[in-house]
Structures are given as C-alpha cells and as structure tokens.
Design a protein around this ligand. Sequence first.
Ligand SMILES: NC(=O)c1ccc[n+]([C@@H]2O[C@H](COP(=O)([O-])OP(=O)(O)OC[C@H]3O[C@@H](n4cnc5c(N)ncnc54)[C@H](OP(=O)(O)O)[C@@H]3O)[C@@H](O)[C@H]2O)c1
Length: 275
Amino acid sequence: MSQGLSPLLTLNSGQSIPQLGLGVYKLGNDVAADLLHAAFEAGYRRIDTAAFYGNEQAVGVAIRASSLPREEIFVTTKIWNEDHGLARAAEAIDESLARLELDYLDMVMIHWPKPHLNLFVETWQALEKAVASGKVLGIGVSNFQPTHLKQIIDSSGTVPAINQVELNPGFQQAELRKFNSGLGIATEAWSPIARGVFNENPIIAELAKKHSKSPSQIIIRWHLDIGNLVIPKTATKSRLHENISVFDFKLDQEDLAAISTLETGIRTGLNPDEF
Ligand SMILES: NC(=O)c1ccc[n+]([C@@H]2O[C@H](COP(=O)([O-])OP(=O)(O)OC[C@H]3O[C@@H](n4cnc5c(N)ncnc54)[C@H](OP(=O)(O)O)[C@@H]3O)[C@@H](O)[C@H]2O)c1
C-alpha cells in the first residue's frame, strides 16, 4: 500500500489502511468516475462503498481507469441487510466482486447487525470463508454494539478488524470506542462531519479561526487525533482537497477538551439494536 496523503494504520488483520478515506454514500454513478479520478489525484487511497449505495460498478470503473496499481487502493464494501445468512452472504460477496470487477476486496463488512433476524453470526462465517478463499483480505462490521461483537467473537474466535459506526462531535461513542480498542478493533467514523451540522457551531468556529482551517477540517483532524479511521464523503472536488488537507496541524489538549463538550448523546442515524 503506497502512502497517498494519509498516514497508514495497521489493523488486527495485519493490513495497512489509510486513516483517512473517502465515503461514497449517495455519490451518483454519473459523477463517480470523475470524482474518484480527482480523489486519487488529491491523494485519497481508500474508498468506502457498499452494495446498498448502488455505485460499486462506477467505483470499479474508476479504480480500473486510474493509473494506480490495485494494491495501492484500499476498497471496502458491505453486505446489505437482505443478504444475511451463510449462503446468501457468500453470494452477495461474489456479486459485489462482479459489480466492482475486482479480483479481491480489501475489506468486507456486515452493514448492520439486524439482531431480530438472528443471522449475523452466520453472515460472519460467510465473511471468514471469503478470507480463507482469498476473495477478501480483511473483514469487519458496521453498526455493531458490544453485545453483537461478543456474539460473533465467541462463536468464531475471529475479531473484526474494524467496527464502522456513527461518530461525530455530537455523538462521540466514548464507551464503544473503548470497547473496540480493548479488543483490538479499529473504530471507523461514519457521517464523521455530521453532514455539515457543525459548520456554524461557535466552538468549532473558534478552533477553525485558531488553526486557520475550515470547520470540516477541524472535525476531521479531531477524528485523526483521537485515533479513528475516518471517511468523510463529498461529491465536490474542492472539498476533496479541503477534507484531506489536515496533515499540517494537530489539535492540542485544550482543543480536544472543547470538542468533548459538544457531546449530546443523540444519534442522527438509526439505532442498531432496533433497526
Ligand atoms: N455504515 C453505515 O451504516 C454508514 C452510514 C452512513 C454513512 N456511511 C459511510 O460514511 C461516509 C460518510 O458519511 P456521510 O456521507 O453520511 O456524511 P459526512 O461525510 O459526515 O457528510 C457528507 C456531507 O457533508 C458535505 N461536505 C463534505 N465535505 C464538506 C466540507 N468540507 N464542507 C462542507 N460540507 C461538506 C457533503 O456535501 P457534498 O457531497 O455536496 O460536497 C455531504 O452532504 C458515507 O459516504 C459512507 O461511506 C456508512
């Protein structure tokens, strides 16, 4: 894996992963090729997609069109809620590989645990098999609570490399982050800039002024400084550059303390125990 602009972290799978990547939820197929070309030029080397996003095909086209060797791009996709179960999840991985037209995936995640289906342990076994067969290099989960994590680890002995969860200054997930790191699981933040909610926040604005950065850059830097993997999404080329221009400054203890006061305990997304 080449560096791109982001520093690399090492996952419990042994894989190197750029700490900052690009989320592509709601990125239209019509703009994806152009946008991803610009993202690679800007220094992004990680793409977070999902079967549910409907843009795996366009992501694959962009990867193949780039001049970067395949092994320099870290590609994540996710198994959607209707595709739980041992056989169905295995098929879903093959379908994602076919849409992306890739030989392997760097990371496959279970998108949501859907606990009422009672199938995520089976789905996890399908992911383990995909690693054994070489189709997938690393496996993780998304939106998993401690109880869901315990169930898959107890049943399989395989610890997910990543748990991707809703995480932003208003919903900091301190307990879950601690739980993840205690097990060697990297925490990845989805909706990391809370889709712009903090753009006018006075505390973030003050920090932006102090560091001569934008509100989004302050929040992305906060994720990096507290050790999260982070995948801000943008379909705007200028914001691609803005969001990755965060490696020339750091937040200090006072800045981190100020951001910690923004915790509300309120999710903006769905509750994984109920959804
Ligand atoms: N696992 C899950 O259940 C789950 C759920 C949600 C998201 N995700 C992943 O996480 C990624 C990021 O989350 P997200 O897309 O929900 O939210 P986000 O990254 O917090 O915010 C994206 C929004 O913020 C805007 N934006 C981006 N950069 C900006 C900047 N510098 N200044 C002002 N506005 C900016 C974007 O607008 P423009 O695009 O118009 O520039 C877009 O509307 C997704 O793309 C997806 O890969 C996963």
